[in-house]
Design a protein around this ligand. Structure first.
Ligand SMILES: *Cc1c(COP(=O)(O)O)cnc(C)c1O
Length: 836
């Protein structure tokens, strides 16, 4: 049964928030909204008439408050949409398989300036705003840095009055919850929607159909033009669920549009007529699996069919949505589409947007190839996030041909035309053609998604200066030779609303008292803090805030791990996904080294220290899981020895997520950013810590290099090989020689081998030691260990003079302005999204 593209819904039929997308003239900002009452009355009404609870639980109260806050922003949300629908700003679509949003309440109250109103509204109830806020389940629709970057970018776009829409997937199950049982990671499902999501607005009227399977046929129209039809498809309905993204006190409410997969209403008629009604309906439910679960792998997923379905589902639905909006504004003429729209691809995950936009323009909107290509390649921009080769996505040609036959044809056509260009540039060089082809030949040919993204985009960016440089010198060297102009750097950033103002209100108000509040609009103004580094009152006040934040972190650690952290001690923290390249293992080795020193009585120059490690391992990543187990076992030995605990305490914090980070970053003295140089694309955890006055212990990797440059060597603990040295050493790496020459490393590894940390399970950690001793150890733990230990000793020595440490803490916050995602987004806007 041939399917027509009837998927876009006429806007006249639409209901809900968007029904008035074009009907309301932009209201002036901050006009009081007449139809809804102030927050206290809203809350009361929500509780009484919406939630129908007479004795509300905290969860009900949270829901009522969130619904009340949403009510306060609905008018601005509506007027933002009508302004954008009528205005001339270029619309930005940020396409991402991940949005690691965390909680929304605190952020919304801050940005809408409603925190005091919320406190007022809660007076009749015996609960504080802070307690109630904890009832909200994190929206954990992402793995780590990449997903969190998308969330920070949305906040910055809204705050900078950019018309940006986040397009993502409404996963039923977000990032798994991590439990630690006997020291081992156990994954628990994250049903974050169980209690409902008060922020979302479901807009069935804007749903679209996404085709799968089937086959293609060609036909000739009345004018004699040949067309391709993709027929016999099994369609899945994509239903938008919108979340508001409020800007910082500017009246703009942007949208995060998350697609949910649902069955279409049409049945397989044959099955239906055979009387198999129930079977036919049940089969339809398979469609809903597409948006069931987030893939919990940090380095991207390869080969899983469902993952490809998610990618195509997101891209097709989002592009159809953009085309509908464009046509509603400008009519059927799509020639100016790229002038009015830009798509930012967050890594290669949504790279299939390139052939999908081609398909929509050619098959549905009847454009010629060349015109469609001109539009597509002027619309797409691609952000690369990794240098790890195992993370480069490839999809088998066979799978694509079966699932998305029309898309595969278009990819082949794109490749053929692009290879003509390559052949022209490197005449007679067949190797070059094979090397640069979008199709990797072999027994199982595959589509290289990164190449597809580069070919189809007008901009390709890395996420830190070093990362971009390594991309253009290495992985993408040939593309750089072909199209140097496409390549650019956009160093990542983090939003200062969530990562300073909301998570560290005490530090924010201390800064207000010294600088006034202008820094809240322009984070570069924090640099004025440098003027107060000899003001003893200010230093004292700064340290008092840090100590209070350390107490809050200690309470979290006590509650989650049963380990007591002492706020007088140095808080040394490494939280991020567990991965060999991030070298949590080296950090654990350092803890063991300190442990051995204390046992030997060698505490000369030591400073009492609390070490915290947290993060999730991909469920199938055995080595990462073993590192977690080692950390837990070492922690147990350290914390149960009363000779050791005055000097050293160690905890592994389970279930690291955005909300945990909001407590961790403000309470940290020393931030561990110790990846093998050349492996971490940027890092953003490093920026959150810096903003909150932590000093960085770091290698010359990713954005660490720029942090070092911003804050200066005296305020940063630099150690280890740089990226070039790592590359050179790889040629002839002999870790056994290095270990033999390092008494400290030798005895740490011996202690692990001896079974000291695995008395019940001898040999348990041998694979970790073997890996460090192997000449193929890509992460070069042995090579950097001694340098790491001495940098740690320098940190301890500095911490022993608290005022000196605090001055450097102030300098870190003062220099953090350039790592605001506002600064990053300003550069995307000026260099890539021109006209936005
Ligand atoms: C910031 C953040 C990350 C990224 O941390 P890196 O240290 O840059 O890897 C990961 N997860 C969460 C929850 C974060 O908030």
């Amino acid at each position: 049964m041939p399917k027509r593209e009837t998927s876009t819904v006429e806007s006249a039929a639409a209901g809900g928030v968007q029904a008035t997308e074009h009907s309301m003239k932009g209201k002036s900002r901050h006009e009081p909204c007449e139809p809804c009452d102030a927050l206290p009355a809203c809350l009361e009404r929500q509780l009484r008439y919406n939630l129908c609870r007479f004795e509300p639980r905290s969860q009900d109260l949270f829901h009522a408050l969130a619904l009340g806050v949403k009510e306060q922003l609905l008018d601005d949300w509506r007027s933002t949409r009508s302004r954008d629908a009528e205005g001339d700003k270029r619309q930005v679509a940020y396409l991402s398989l991940e949005f690691l949003m965390g909680r929304a309440l605190g952020n919304a109250l801050l940005n809408l300036d409603l925190t005091q109103d919320a406190r007022h509204a809660l007076l009749p109830f015996a609960v504080t705003l802070e307690t109630l806020a904890q009832e909200e389940h994190d929206a954990g629709l992402g793995n780590g840095g990449l997903g969190r970057l998308a969330a920070c970018f949305l906040d910055s776009c809204a705050s900078m009055d950019i018309a940006a829409t986040g397009y993502g997937i409404r996963y039923e199950y977000g990032m798994f919850a991590q439990k630690i049982v006997d020291g081992f990671q156990i994954e628990r499902p994250d049903r974050w929607l169980r209690e409902g999501n008060p922020w979302e607005v479901r807009l069935h009227a804007y749903s679209v159909l996404v085709p799968f399977f089937g086959h293609t046929e060609s036909y000739v129209d009345r004018e004699g033009r040949r067309h391709i039809q993709w027929v016999g498809t099994q369609d899945v309905r994509a239903v938008p669920h919108d979340m508001p993204v409020p800007g910082y006190r500017n009246g703009r409410i942007n949208t995060l549009r998350l697609w949910k997969a649902e069955a279409t209403d049409d049945f397989d008629l044959e099955e239906f007529n055979q009387g198999d009604y129930a079977e036919a309906v049940a089969r339809k439910n398979l469609a809903e699996q597409i948006t069931m679960v987030l893939y919990p792998n940090d380095a991207s997923e390869n080969g899983k069919e469902l993952r490809l379905r998610q990618q195509y589902f997101l891209c097709s639905a989002s592009l159809q949505d953009m085309l509908r909006r464009h046509i509603a504004r400008f009519g059927d003429d799509l020639s100016q589409f790229a002038k009015h729209n830009v798509v930012q691809l967050n890594d290669t995950h949504p790279a299939i947007a390139v052939p999908e936009l081609m398909r929509l323009l050619i098959d549905v909107h009847c454009l010629e190839w060349d015109q469609a290509w001109a539009i597509t390649s002027a619309t797409m921009a691609y952000t690369n996030h990794t240098l790890l080769p195992e993370a480069l996505e490839c999809w088998s040609v066979r799978m694509l041909g079966h699932m998305l036959p029309r898309i595969l044809e278009i990819i082949f056509e794109i490749n053929a035309r692009y290879l003509d260009l390559v052949a022209h540039h490197w005449p007679g060089d067949a190797d070059m053609l094979a090397k640069m082809s979008i199709i990797e030949e072999g027994s199982e040919p595959r589509v290289r998604m990164a190449y597809l993204a580069i070919v189809g985009s007008f901009s390709v960016n890395g996420v830190a200066a070093l990362h971009t440089e390594l991309l253009t010198r290495g992985l993408f060297k040939d593309f750089h030779a072909l199209w140097a102009d496409k390549f650019n750097n956009k160093t990542n950033g983090v939003t200062p609303r969530r990562w300073l103002m909301a998570c560290n209100p005490q530090l924010a108000s201390l800064i207000d008292r010294r600088l006034g509040s202008d820094w809240r609009e322009d984070l570069n103004r924090l640099s004025s803090l440098g003027a107060f580094t000899s003001d003893t009152d200010f230093i004292k006040a700064w340290r008092e805030v840090k100590t209070a934040n350390k107490a809050a972190l200690a309470a979290l650690v006590e509650h989650e791990c049963g380990v007591t952290f002492d706020t007088q001690m140095l808080f040394d923290v490494q939280v991020k996904r567990i991965h060999e390249y991030k070298r949590q293992l080296m950090n654990v080795l350092h803890v063991i080294h300190l442990y051995q020193r204390v046992l030997k009585g060698d505490t000369q120059g030591m400073v009492p220290r609390c070490v915290l490690i947290g993060g999730k391992a991909a469920p199938g990543y055995a080595t990462a899981k073993l590192i977690i187990k080692l950390a837990g076992n070492v922690a147990h030995m350290v914390n149960s020895d009363p000779h050791v605990t005055p000097w050293l305490r160690f905890a592994f914090l389970p279930n690291y997520n955005v909300s945990a980070m909001e407590v961790i970053a403000p309470g940290t003295d020393l931030s561990e950013q110790i990846s093998t140089a050349g492996k971490e694309a940027s890092g953003t955890g490093n920026m959150k810590f810096m903003m909150n006055g932590a000093l960085t212990m770091g290698t010359l990797d990713g954005a660490n290099i720029e942090i070092l440059e911003a804050v200066g060597e005296d305020n940063f603990f630099l150690f280890g090989l740089n990226a070039d040295e790592v590359a050179r050493l790889k040629e002839d790496y002999r870790p056994k020689d290095i270990i033999a020459a390092s008494p400290a490393l030798c005895s740490v590894l011996e202690l692990i081998r001896s079974g000291h940390f695995s008395l019940q399970e001898p040999g348990l950690f041998d694979p970790l030691v073997d890996a460090i001793e192997s000449p193929w150890d890509q992460w070069m733990t042995a090579a950097d260990f001694d340098a790491f230990v001495s940098a740690q000793a320098r940190a301890a020595a500095l911490y022993a003079t608290p005022d000196e440490w605090t001055v450097r803490s102030i300098r870190n916050t003062a220099a953090s302005g350039r790592f605001s995602s506002d600064a990053t987004i300003a550069r995307y806007r000026d260099d890539i999204w021109r006209g936005a």
